[in-house]
Design a protein around this ligand. Structure first.
Ligand code: HT7
Ligand code: ZN
Length: 852
């Protein structure tokens, strides 16, 4: 397959200032007529090339006359043109019902909807399908009135009417020029939860969350989150909404989380629908975050879009940074930061150290869909966060104002963004730009030594080699640093922002009156791995005394990690320091429960594995379970007190109530780990009495990890209760796929034949296959059956939905990190995938790169 390179970027030969689309909607045969006003861009004699994907032109007209000399270049339509401006008309017929890829126009639960990012528009009509061609869209659509009573598109509704024969039509105009990837259309039997928002300049905006009628009661949270997001973007970034309507539609079959189409966001229904009985606190938070994310794209992505797909992080990294800040402002900033860093370490760090590592601004790709990655999104957000730290809040705001003003209505680059930061921030970011070009997670070593009243902090950095980048230059690393007195616990200096720019650098602290303890990378100010010479005593001390909650959490994590790595390598654990640190955290009544719930959690199996030369999943599992059991037993009284103290009379969705549920379920896990006789009964009691899904699923997960006969009872009760609810059934599949039990691989194979399992729905496929392949114990079963099972499923899924299949390849690609036996088996499965006839380019790229 063809490799697309960033250095080959060339401005478009032809622009399309206007497009009128006419859809005759039918699930089996939808006719699409497109009329494009095209203008030659510059002086050249190149033909007009309109991208297509699986389209056959039924008519091609130039200036109203049947076109002469047009040809097909593979999937693309090539039309030779003589003048500087023409009107091009094409007609195609597509079959939404047969579209299992869920790109372009497709059918989902009886409705028709679109997904065009990144290159789905070319599956609907012939068009220069690239983000730097911005057009004004007029959309007319007609369809069966009973099947499709609601017809939505981008922009504002203009007119609607009866089309005869039980059909109706509607017309929508979007006044804002946009790239084709932001086009959207929805037709279905939907109802809306309607709201209203008055913008900062006093304009009224009609809001609508469109769902099936039965789901209407589950839309209040999303609507509320939308209003909060609109107000937040005004007050924090000065960004006002610009159309008279803002619609969101929930669909059941969706490859991703959601899509920011101008004025008509389309969402995976899991990021819209919530009520206490079916959604966990995690779901509620994710809904608010994704609603905010898509809304924020209206400025960071839509008003200012990307010049080409190599600039994807321009909109995604910045928008993730914005949604993370928004979520932090709605509850505990510290807990949000902990969750985000946990996510970064779980998904982006492994990506950055594996065969699919790529820079935040990639240099090449085969299939752009494979680049909607944790690196583009989450590392990209960290890059923006570092610039905001370096500039400080006022200058950062001035810089984003400048960026939005200067590039409004255009397709911009990451370089444009950084230049605005430099101009408004008065800083030189020349070296900082390496964050965009160099892949790999930087490693920092920080050694603090003391001689009398002086302490020396020796810092050194290195960036590991990554595919195609064997040698790296030093990065700019903004490290927030502070010292605490090891005896009094008092701060010994103000927090300092150290910009580590060289390979090695030294900082001296004078006039110290006691032995200092180092607190570094506070707030996770740089997305790096820090190694220090701090002792277990230092870490335990910081976990109790640091005044930065993130650093406190981090000290505890490091202490646990050091303990677990030592246990894995030596075979036996020395757990006292961890037990005491956890005891102190549980005893600190000044801490909020959500923080405590996070701080006392052990690092995941996979994060422990990331610290090791050769990952031994069985030894890691055994060491982690042993520490969990000891923590459970040694602190059983504390866990029960925490559990009882976090009980609530009835469900409430507030930061305090969420924190209490978090701690309660973590405590339940430890009580079960202690081996207490009543643990299963306690979990089952919680399962039965729960008035919310967080508690019900928390109890179910605890039972599913165990061997009690209440396990089957709970699984069956859960299944019976939620049989008709696809989103909750996903939880049923996922909880079993994540089970820590020895027989999980076999159980998951059986679940793949369950009547409710289907690869056609991406949420269901991810719930079983995706969850199983991150279950370190089960996936890496020494027999290799886990690898075989996942490869079989991915090969089958690729035939239906290559995008979703390709996203599930990375766990198999980690083979280099494992022992020779496992590595060979993982490689063999990758080779089998690559050799599969008819493999998509999505899968080919992921699997073949994973073999290197
Ligand atoms: N910008 C959206 C990306 C997206 C997407 C990408 C590939 C395939 C399907 C997709 N659906 C949505 C989502 C976002 O980041 O907001
Ligand atoms: Zn996004």
């Amino acid at each position: 397959p063809q490799v697309i390179r960033r250095e080959d970027y060339r401005a478009p030969d032809w622009l399309v200032p206007e497009i009128a689309l006419d859809f005759d909607l039918d699930p089996t045969a939808t006719r699409v007529r497109a009329v494009l006003k095209v203008e030659r861009n510059g002086t050249h004699d190149r033909a007009l090339v309109l991208n297509g994907d699986g389209l056959a032109a039924e008519a091609v007209l130039v200036d109203g006359v049947e076109a002469q000399g047009w040809t097909m270049d593979g999937p693309d339509l090539v039309i030779p043109l003589t003048g500087t401006a023409h009107e091009i008309e094409t007609v195609v017929t597509i079959a939404p019902e047969r579209n299992t890829q869920l790109q372009g126009l497709y059918a989902s639960s009886g409705m028709l909807c679109t997904q065009c990012e990144a290159e789905g528009f070319r599956r609907i009509t012939f068009f220069p399908d690239r983000p730097d061609v911005l057009s004004r869209y007029k959309v007319k659509m007609a369809g069966d009135k009973a099947r499709f009573p609601v017809l939505l598109a981008n922009g504002d509704p203009i007119a609607q009417g009866d089309a005869g024969d039980g059909r109706q039509w509607a017309e929508w105009h979007d006044p804002f020029p946009k790239p084709s990837y932001l086009f959207a259309l929805v037709a279905g039997d939907l109802v809306a939860n309607k709201g209203q928002f008055t913008t900062m300049s006093g304009r009224s905006v009609d809001l609508g969350i469109w769902v099936r009628e039965a789901d209407l009661p589950k839309t209040d949270h999303a609507l509320h989150a939308l209003k909060l997001s609109m107000a937040w973007d005004e007050s924090v970034y000065g960004r006002e909404y610009d159309l008279d309507v803002f619609n969101i539609v929930a669909v059941d079959d969706f490859n991703f989380g959601a899509m920011e189409n101008k004025g008509l966001n389309v969402f995976n229904s899991r990021y819209i629908l919530a009520d206490p009985d079916t959604a966990t606190d995690y779901d509620y938070d994710a809904i608010a975050a994704v609603v905010a994310h898509e809304y924020f794209h209206n400025w960071s992505g839509n008003r200012v879009t990307c010049r080409d797909w190599f600039q994807l992080s321009l909109k995604e990294g910045f928008t993730v940074f914005r949604d993370q800040s928004f979520s932090g402002d709605q509850g505990s900033k510290a807990v949000k930061r902990i969750e985000d860093v946990r996510g970064l370490r779980a998904s982006q760090f492994p990506e950055d150290s594996g065969p699919l590592a790529h820079p935040v601004r990639p240099d090449e790709y085969i299939e752009i869909s494979n680049f909607y990655t944790a690196t583009i999104y989450n590392k990209g957000a960290e890059v923006i966060r570092m610039m905001s730290t370096i500039l400080g809040p006022q200058k950062f705001r001035a810089a984003t104002d400048l960026y939005f003003d200067k590039f409004d209505g255009t397709a911009a680059t990451c370089e444009d963004f950084v230049r605005c930061m430099e101009e408004a921030g008065g800083v030189d970011l020349t070296q900082f730009r390496r964050w965009y070009s160099q892949a790999g997670t930087p490693r920092v070593s920080a050694n603090l030594t003391q001689e009398g009243g002086r302490a020396r902090l020796k810092l050194a950095q290195s960036v590991p080699p990554t595919p195609g980048q064997p040698v790296k230059e030093p990065m700019v690393l903004p490290l927030k640093v502070k010292l605490f007195g090891g005896i009094t616990g008092r701060p010994m200096c103000d927090e300092q922002l150290v910009l580590l720019k060289d390979a090695a650098q030294e900082i001296v602290f004078e006039n110290l009156s006691e032995t200092p303890v180092l607190s570094i990378n506070r707030g996770f100010s740089a997305p790096v791995i820090v190694e220090t010479n701090r002792t277990a005593k230092d870490l335990a001390f910081l976990s109790a005394h640091d005044d930065d909650p993130f650093a406190r959490y981090e000290a505890m994590q490091q202490l646990m990690l050091d303990t677990l790595v030592a246990a894995v390598t030596s075979g036996k654990g020395q757990h006292d320091a961890v037990i005491e640190a956890v005891r102190n955290t549980l005893a600190d009544s000044a801490l909020d429960k959500a923080f405590v719930g996070e701080a006392v959690l052990l690092p995941s199996d996979s994060f422990i594995g990331d610290q090791m030369g050769v990952v031994d999943p069985d030894a890691i599992f055994a060491a982690r379970e042993a520490l969990r059991a000891e923590l459970g037993k040694a602190l059983e009284g504390e866990w029960r007190a925490a559990y009882d103290g976090a009980q609530a009379n009835r469900f409430e969705y507030s930061p305090a109530a969420k924190g209490a549920r978090r701690l309660k379920n973590v405590a339940l896990g430890y009580i079960a780990a202690s081996g207490a006789d009543d643990a299963a009964a306690l979990a089952f009691g919680q399962f039965e009495a729960a008035d919310n899904m967080t508690d019900r699923q928390g109890a179910l997960s605890t039972l599913v990890n165990g061997t009690s006969d209440r396990r089957e009872a709970a699984l069956s009760a859960f299944y019976q209760r939620y049989q008709g609810n696809a989103l909750v059934l996903d939880k049923w599949f996922q909880t079993q796929a994540l089970s820590a039990r020895e027989d999980t691989a076999r159980a998951v194979e059986a679940l793949a034949s369950h009547p409710d399992f289907t690869l056609a729905n991406p949420n269901r496929a991810r719930a079983l296959i995706g969850a199983f392949s991150v279950n370190q114990r089960a996936f890496h079963d020494i027999s290799g059956r886990g690898y075989r099972f996942v490869a079989d499923q991915l090969i089958a899924l690729d035939r239906l939905n290559p995008q979703t299949a390709a996203k599930l390849v990375p766990p198999l690609g980690r083979w280099k990190r494992f022992d020779a036996g496992r590595a060979a088996k993982m490689r063999a499965e990758l080779e089998r995938i690559v050799a599969t006839p008819g493999l998509s380019k999505d899968m080919f790229e992921q699997a073949s790169k994973s073999l290197d």
